[in-house]
Each structure stands twice: as C-alpha cells, then as structure tokens.
Design a protein around this ligand. Structure first.
Ligand code: SAH
Ligand code: SF4
Length: 410
C-alpha cells in the first residue's frame, strides 16, 4: 500500500471515528455520500478496483430496497457481509412510539444516540396522506436556536443538529412502516415503480431551522433525490426557513429543492418580534434573496407561510401589503391557522377573518391554500405534539413540533 493511501485511510478513520456515537455503536453507512462510503470501505482494506461496484451494490440495497440488515444484502459475498457487519451499521433508529390517526395521519417518535455526553435524543416525524399525494414532515435539529414567539420549538434550546443519516432515517422509517419499499425478494434489476408511493413529498418543516444545519440537510436531501436510489423529485421536496438569507442562494444552487419562507409579517417591526432572525436579515434582504432564487417560474414558485394570529397580522391591510411585497416573485401563500400551545401568547384568527384574508389574496392572483388541521386525535399538529408528549412521556423537551402542511410541491 502506498504512503499516500495510508494517509487517506487514517484521515478517513479519524472522520469515521468522529461520527461514531459515543455509546459504542458502529458508524452508520446511511447518510454517507458515495465518496464517503468509498472512503469507509477503502479504510477497511477493500481493493480499489472493487470500491465503485461495492458502493453501488450497498447503495442499491439501502435506498432502492430499503434493507436495514447486512444479512439481507444477498449479492454480497459472505466474507464481505461479515466485515460490514463487524465494522458498520445500517439499522433503523429505535421507534419509541407510532400513532395512527383516524384520518390516516401517522406520527412516529424515534430515538437517536446522544453523540456525546447526555441522554439519547427523540424526534417526531409526521406523515400526512392527502388526495393524490402523501407528505412527510421531517426535522433537521432537536430544538432550535431561534426564538419565534408563536412557535413552541422556539421555547426550547437547541440540543443538537441531526446528522445526514438521522434526517434520512426519518424517511426510511416512514417508507418501511408504510410499505413503500419493495420486498427484499424482488428480483435484482426489477423495475421499482416511482408511481403509487405513499411518501410522494417531503417537507423540511419539523423541528429546527434547516439552514442552520445546512451541510447535513444538503447531504440528506441529495441522497433522497438521488436517481439511483430513493429518487424523490426535487420538485416534491420543500425546505422551509425562517429566513437565513446567506444560505438561500446556496439552497437553490447546491440542493435545488423548492423553498418555503416563514414570512408571518409584512413589516420589519412586527417581523422583528414574531421571527427575531428578521433583526439580522430584514424583509428587504429576505425578499431580494427570494427574487433571485434560482430557477423560479410559475411552475416553480416559492411558498410563503403566514401564520394567522388574531389581531396581530390578520387585517385586510396586512393582506394588501403582503400582495404588494410579493409583487414580481412567483409565489404561493400558505395560510396556517395558529396552533396554540400551553403558555402561548397568541390566539388563532377567527375563521371568517382567515377566509376574508385568503379571498383578498386569491383575488389578487395568488393561490392561498389554508393549511388543514390533520391528525387531531393523535395531536399531530404544530404546537400540540410537544405538549402531549410531555404529559405522556416526559421526554418532550426533545420531541419535535411537526408542522401540518397542505398545498406544497406538485
Ligand atoms: N424552522 C423552519 C421550519 C420549521 S417550522 C421555519 O421556521 O420555517 C414550519 C412552519 O410552522 C413554519 O412556517 C413555522 O413558522 C410554523 N409554525 C411554528 N409554530 C407554529 C404554531 N404554533 N402554529 C402554526 N404554525 C407554526
Ligand atoms: Fe425555529 Fe422555525 Fe420555530 Fe422559528 S418557527 S423557532 S425557526 S422551528
């Protein structure tokens, strides 16, 4: 082995060691890029001429077949499987709880290792079936560094960023549980249909600010949209941000997914209060970044989320200003009825006020779906999730606020 290869190997080992959860579990291959997976195999002494083929075999088992056990990777030799088993992990996170609502909405509470001192973390992921599509709402962080005043997650400190593997694991678990992966015995080379999937869309609208965990979110979404794997169309992936302006162009250029902006106010004074990151990146900068978002068109519009807070941001003059502000940006507006949580200082706008607001923006040419409340009986709505899991499980500081979504993507 040459000296330079040795060097690469020790670097790779150091990187892999850094990823190793401190509870002694093996590093996961889920969430690695092809290059990282190649490095990991190289570091275990796999011959250079085999690396590319090995990576593509493992990739196929992980992301097309949804296999979570090396023993089921049938076209790999026994020895190779044994080595993988000894050194790496491809298992799913522990599912602590699964709830299914009368309307088909599902909610999972998953556990991930602490990645340091402290307890394992728990994250909730929500699946919302709708006519013609099914949307999975995924988290990017446990807690959030930001403090939006109407958001329950904003009352919790950031516990940690989720890794690319953990972000992706939420999708893999949902597909397992919904029967979206082909059976392990499906013959190799069989065409796995993209149509008829239960999870047709994903939204980064769970807990956390995805653009404050950019690298991991980027890697997870590139794997989710990889054509030789999970193959979700980038038009069916929406990333929601409170407005981390410097990362907006990079989201378009490097990830290429659809963008949603948590706008919620039409002037800086109110937005400074509701979405405090506005003090750093005020409306003008935010809207300029939106205007310049790559590949915008009428078929690829930005979604502006607007939470309806009674007497705060729901007047017709707010609606008028909203229309004026968004002029020239291919946009749709998603009105979200506020979900109150214990101790929240706002009320949801009255229904007829929400309708009047929606009618006004509709009349001015914007699609403005009002987000439906779904999964009421399992408390799968913004703000509700957390409070209930507190009562039931007392682990709730780490639980995710899942966001209901309607009207995103294709
Ligand atoms: N941090 C990102 C993504 C997660 S929040 C962001 O802020 O965009 C997903 C959406 O739900 C955001 O638009 C957020 O503002 C909204 N939201 C948060 N708490 C809510 C509540 N209690 N009621 C209604 N919408 C809420
Ligand atoms: Fe964080 Fe988004 Fe909640 Fe604001 S709305 S506190 S950015 S999760």
């Amino acid at each position: 082995m040459s000296v330079s290869l040795d060097l690469t190997n020790s670097e790779t080992r150091a990187k892999l060691d850094a990823m190793k959860p401190t509870d002694g579990t093996k590093p996961s291959l889920v969430g690695l890029s092809r290059e990282q997976m190649a490095d990991a195999l190289r570091a275990e002494g796999i011959a250079e001429k085999q690396i590319k083929m090995r990576v593509s075999q493992i990739w196929h088992w992980l992301y097309i077949r949804g296999i979570s056990d090396f023993a089921n990777m049938k076209n790999l030799s026994k020895d190779f499987r044994a080595m993988l088993e000894e050194k790496f992990d491809v298992s799913r996170p522990k599912i602590i709880e699964e709830q299914i609502s009368n309307d088909g909405t599902r909610k999972w509470l998953m556990q991930f290792p602490s990645l340091g001192a402290g307890k394992p973390v728990e994250v909730e992921t929500v699946y919302i079936p709708e006519e013609g599509r099914g949307t999975l709402c995924i988290s990017s962080q446990v807690g959030c560094t930001l403090t939006c005043t109407f958001c329950h997650t904003g009352t919790q400190k950031l516990v940690r960023n989720l890794t690319a593997g953990e972000i992706l694991a939420q999708l893999l678990v949902a597909r397992d549980r919904l029967g979206d992966f082909p059976h392990a015995d499906t013959p190799q080379g069989a065409i796995v249909p993209a149509e008829g999937r239960k999870v047709s869309n994903i939204v980064m609208m769970g807990m956390g600010e995805p653009l404050y965990n950019f690298d991991n979110v980027k890697q997870a979404l590139l794997i989710a949209s990889d054509g030789d794997g999970l193959s979700l169309s980038k038009r069916r992936i929406t990333l929601s941000t409170s407005g981390v302006v410097p990362f907006i162009p990079r989201t378009g250029e490097e990830i290429g997914v659809m963008l949603a902006i948590s706008l919620h106010a039409v002037n800086d004074e109110l937005r400074d209060e509701l979405v405090p990151i506005n003090k750093k990146y005020p409306l003008k900068e935010l809207l300029d970044a939106c205007r310049n978002y790559p590949n915008l068109s009428n078929a690829r519009r930005i979604t502006f989320e607007y939470v309806m807070l009674k007497g705060v941001n729901d007047s017709l003059s707010d609606a008028k200003e909203l229309v004026r502000l968004l002029k020239g940006i291919p946009a749709k507006i998603n009105l979200i009825p506020f979900n109150p949580w214990p101790g929240s200082r706002y009320e949801c706008s009255d229904w007829d006020q929400i309708e009047k607001f929606a009618d006004f923006i509709n009349a001015n040419g914007y699609a403005s779906p009002i987000r439906k409340t779904r999964g009421d009986d399992i408390l799968a709505a913004c703000g509700q999730l957390k409070s209930e899991s507190e009562r039931l499980k007392k682990t709730d500081r780490l639980a995710l606020e899942a966001m209901m979504i309607a009207g995103h993507g294709e």
